[in-house]
Design a binder for this molecule. Structure first.
Ligand SMILES: NC(=O)c1ccc[n+]([C@@H]2O[C@H](COP(=O)([O-])OP(=O)(O)OC[C@H]3O[C@@H](n4cnc5c(N)ncnc54)[C@H](OP(=O)(O)O)[C@@H]3O)[C@@H](O)[C@H]2O)c1
Length: 326
């Protein structure tokens, strides 16, 4: 009997490294782990040495799960290779934005909509980091009280832009952000569109609607890059359809899967505590008659990317094993 699956991690950047670390930490059953990128070389990732292979169609022969963390767009790994991997029998979990809004592709945060994995066509999308951490605490509020409107402001770390973002902060690399990031706060992530919203803000609107299954949900995001290495923070204001009480909200958040909450409404989780931790940390909880406000912080490279992707792979492997037993 096989001891596990053949898994490919595509991309040897910040997310690729966290994917390797999370696969190991969560003890995903692996027979063979391949790391693929644009160029072949030997690298240290998460305490292991890998002979990185070139990401090309043949590299996916025999792969059961391919976790993509390459760059996005037409020339990126997912657009070029995801369907090639699926054609060779792999199930793809993609960290980028290329497939997220494709109606045929489930966009999944396992604590919220694992049911959307059923009947997938071979590609599953991992949501944008700022969306993932917003919906983990939002989903139980949506179920219990109904949602009318969400207003969110983000405080996003530079590692959300990959290695180049970290270099912009630590080495003053130019051309990564529209203004210097050190000592600053930049209220633009991605390009600003004709509607006045940035790419990141449009992702938060569209992706949260898809994950929560609320296509008409009104979401008003403002996304801001700040000079923090890792850990995105968000201030979220929610208008509900039904009356809420503080006790109900504290109880819901205290038992919500994926939420790390001390139970104290005035808790002040920060990126320094969230970095390196897979949970979505919640604090500063306030309620009005039909409003809830909260602050949430999560590691953008973990729950915002690698942890969520590995959780999806675990759910897929669990379903596969259950089917084999039936
Ligand atoms: N950083 C975050 O917080 C975060 C959160 C959620 C989602 N994501 C998404 O995750 C992906 C990776 O982000 P990152 O932060 O890890 O970026 P990164 O640090 O810049 O690393 C990108 C990696 O992708 C590889 N790559 C690029 N094009 C490729 C191709 N055509 N084929 C194979 N490999 C290719 C690069 O290979 P080489 O090393 O050979 O150049 C590099 O190792 C992006 O789509 C990003 O949007 C990132």
């Amino acid at each position: 009997m096989s001891r596990g699956y053949t898994v490919a991690v595509v991309g040897a950047g910040l997310v690729g490294e966290r994917l390797v670390a999370e696969l190991r930490r969560r003890d995903f059953p692996i027979e063979e782990l391949r790391v693929l990128a644009r160029t072949a070389r030997r690298v240290e990732m998460a305490g292991e040495t890998f002979d990185v292979g070139v990401a090309e169609p043949e590299a996916f022969e025999g792969v059961d799960y391919a976790l993509f963390a390459g760059t996005e767009g037409e020339k990126g790994a997912a657009v070029q290779l995801a369907r090639e991997a699926v054609a060779r029998g792999a199930v793809v979990v993609d960290n980028g934005s290329d497939f997220r809004l494709d109606p045929e592709v489930p966009l999944v945060v396992p604590e919220v909509n694992a049911h959307d994995l059923e009947g997938h066509g071979g590609i599953i999308a991992n949501p944008n980091c700022s969306t993932t951490q917003m919906v983990v605490p939002l989903a139980p509020l949506a179920r219990e009280f109904g949602l009318k409107r969400v207003v969110v402001s983000t405080y996003q770390a530079v590692s959300g832009s990959g290695r180049s973002g970290v270099e912009a902060l630590e080495e003053g690399r130019e051309g990564v952000y529209p203004k210097p990031i050190a000592g600053n706060a930049i209220p633009q992530i991605g390009d600003i569109g004709e509607d006045g919203y940035s790419t990141e803000e449009r992702k938060m609107k569209a992706e949260s609607r898809k994950i929560l299954g609320l296509p008409d949900l009104v979401v008003h995001p403002t996304t801001v890059r700040i000079p923090v290495h890792t850990g995105h923070a968000e201030s979220v204001y929610v208008e509900t359809e039904r009356d809420v009480t503080l006790d109900e909200v504290l109880g819901l958040l205290g038992s919500a899967p994926g939420v790390t909450f001390s139970g104290a409404a005035d808790a002040i989780p920060t990126p320094l505590e969230a970095a390196g931790d897979p949970g979505t940390h919640v604090g500063r909880v306030r309620v009005g008659e039909r409003t809830v406000e909260y602050w949430c912080v999560a590691d953008n490279l973990l729950k915002g990317a690698a942890t969520n992707a590995v959780q999806i792979a675990e759910a897929l492997a669990g379903a596969r094993a259950a089917k084999a037993r039936a």
